[in-house]
Write a protein that binds this ligand. Structure first.
Ligand SMILES: NC(=O)c1ccc[n+]([C@@H]2O[C@H](COP(=O)([O-])OP(=O)(O)OC[C@H]3O[C@@H](n4cnc5c(N)ncnc54)[C@H](OP(=O)(O)O)[C@@H]3O)[C@@H](O)[C@H]2O)c1
Length: 319
C-alpha cells in the first residue's frame, strides 16, 4: 500500500509517498481502507520536529490523525464494527499514521459514518470537532444563553466551534478576517469581529467564554472582556498557558484552561449524529491526492485555510 512518510524532520519536501506493507491488526483494533485523511496543523508541527520533546519513536514516520474509510479487517475482540462498515476515526496525534491507504485504529477511537456525508467531509471532522467539543463542553462548560467569543472562527476548529456553540443555544461572536465574515455568519455566529480593524477583546464584561484557537490571546489579556465567572480556553499548548490556567484556580475572577484533544469514539459518535441531523455541517476548503501531501502541508502552513484540507486516496470513489 502507499503511505506518506518522512525520514527526518524538515520542510514539506521531506514528505514522500512510499510503498509499505499494510499494518497487522491487533485484537482491539479495526484495519481501515482509508478513502480520505484530514490534514491538521499538528501534522506539520510534527513533521518540522516541533513536537520531538514528546516523541520517542524512530524514523520513518507517517503523519495523520484523521481518517475516513471502510473497515477492511476486524480484531478478535471487536464487536461494534464489521468488514465493509463506513467509519471515521481520530488516531493518536504522533503515532496515528493516517496518511496511508490502510491504517489500524483502536475500535474505541472510531465511529460509524452516516451515509449522508462523503468520505472527504467525514475525514475533516474528527480532530477539530472533538477539540471544539472538549474545549467548550468539558473545559468551559458553555451553557445555553451564555455569550462565547471564538477567536479563529474560520479555520478547522473554529468552523466547528461556531456551529456547536450555536446549537447549544449560546450567543456566538466569531473573530475572522473580512473575507471569511459571510462564512462564519452562515455557520451561526450572531456577530462577527474583523480582527484586522478591531480588537476582539476591547469590550468589557461582555463574554462568559473566550475560546482562543489562534494562540494569540491570554487569560490576562481576555480578563477585562470576560464576566466575573468567565472562562478562557486556549488550544495553544505552551508551558506559559498551562501555568496561567493553573494559577487562575487560586485567584478570583475568570478561570483559564488549555484543551488537549483526546481521541474518543463516543464523542465522535455524537458528532456523527449531529452531522446526520444537519446540526453540524462539514466545511471543506481543498482536497489533494494523498501523494500531494507536500502541497497540502504548504497550504496549511499559510494558516489561511477556510475549514478543512483533506487528502484523497485512490479508494475515495469506493462506495
Ligand atoms: N490543543 C489541541 O488539542 C489542539 C487541537 C486542534 C488544534 N490545535 C491548534 O489550534 C490552532 C488552530 O487549528 P485549526 O485546525 O483551526 O487551524 P487552521 O484551520 O489552519 O486555521 C486557519 C484559520 O485561522 C484563521 N486565522 C489566522 N490568523 C488569525 C487571527 N489572527 N485571528 C483570527 N483568525 C485567524 C484564518 O482566517 P483568516 O485567513 O481570515 O485570517 C484561517 O481561517 C493550530 O495552532 C492547532 O495546532 C490544538
Amino acid at each position: 500500500m502507499q503511505a506518506v512518510r518522512f525520514h527526518r524532520y524538515g520542510p514539506p519536501a521531506v514528505l514522500a509517498c512510499e510503498e509499505v506493507p499494510p499494518p497487522p491488526v491487533s485484537p482491539n483494533e479495526i484495519r481501515v481502507a482509508v478513502h480520505a485523511a484530514g490534514v491538521n496543523p499538528v501534522d506539520w508541527r510534527y513533521r518540522r520536529g516541533e513536537l520531538k520533546w514528546m516523541d520517542w519513536a524512530s524514523f520513518p514516520r507517517t503523519p495523520g490523525a484523521d481518517i475516513a474509510g471502510t473497515v477492511h479487517a476486524v480484531g478478535d475482540e471487536v464487536t461494534a464494527f464489521h468488514v465493509g462498515d463506513r467509519v471515521v476515526a481520530m488516531l493518536d496525534i504522533l503515532s496515528g499514521a493516517g496518511y496511508a491507504e490502510q491504517v489500524c485504529v483502536p475500535a474505541d477511537q472510531a465511529a460509524h459514518a452516516p451515509d449522508s456525508i462523503s468520505m472527504v467531509e467525514a475525514a475533516g471532522l474528527p480532530l477539530v470537532t472533538l477539540t471544539a467539543i472538549q474545549a467548550l463542553r468539558d473545559k468551559a462548560q458553555l451553557a445555553a444563553g451564555e455569550h462565547v467569543l471564538i477567536n479563529g472562527a474560520s479555520g478547522g476548529v473554529g468552523t466547528m466551534a461556531v456551529q456547536w456553540a450555536a446549537a447549544q443555544g449560546a450567543t456566538v461572536t466569531g473573530v475572522c478576517s473580512p473575507r471569511n465574515a459571510a462564512l462564519v455568519q452562515s455557520l451561526g455566529a450572531d456577530t462577527v469581529i474583523d480582527y484586522t480593524s478591531e480588537d476582539p477583546l476591547a469590550a468589557s464584561d461582555a463574554f462568559d467564554v473566550v475560546f482562543d484557537i489562534v494562540g494569540n490571546q491570554s487569560l490576562a489579556e481576555a480578563k477585562a472582556a470576560l464576566r466575573r465567572n468567565g472562562r478562557f480556553v486556549t488550544t495553544a499548548i505552551t508551558p506559559r498557558r498551562f501555568w496561567e490556567a493553573f494559577a487562575s484556580r487560586f485567584m478570583p475572577g475568570p478561570t483559564g484552561y488549555v484543551v488537549v484533544v483526546q481521541p474518543r469514539g463516543s464523542d465522535l459518535a455524537s458528532v456523527m449524529q449531529m452531522v446526520d441531523a444537519g446540526t453540524l455541517t462539514p466545511v471543506v476548503d481543498r482536497t489533494y491526492p494523498l501523494c500531494d501531501a507536500k502541497a497540502a502541508h504548504q497550504y496549511s502552513e499559510t494558516k489561511r485555510a477556510q475549514g478543512k484540507i483533506v487528502l484523497i486516496t485512490e479508494q475515495e470513489d469506493v462506495p
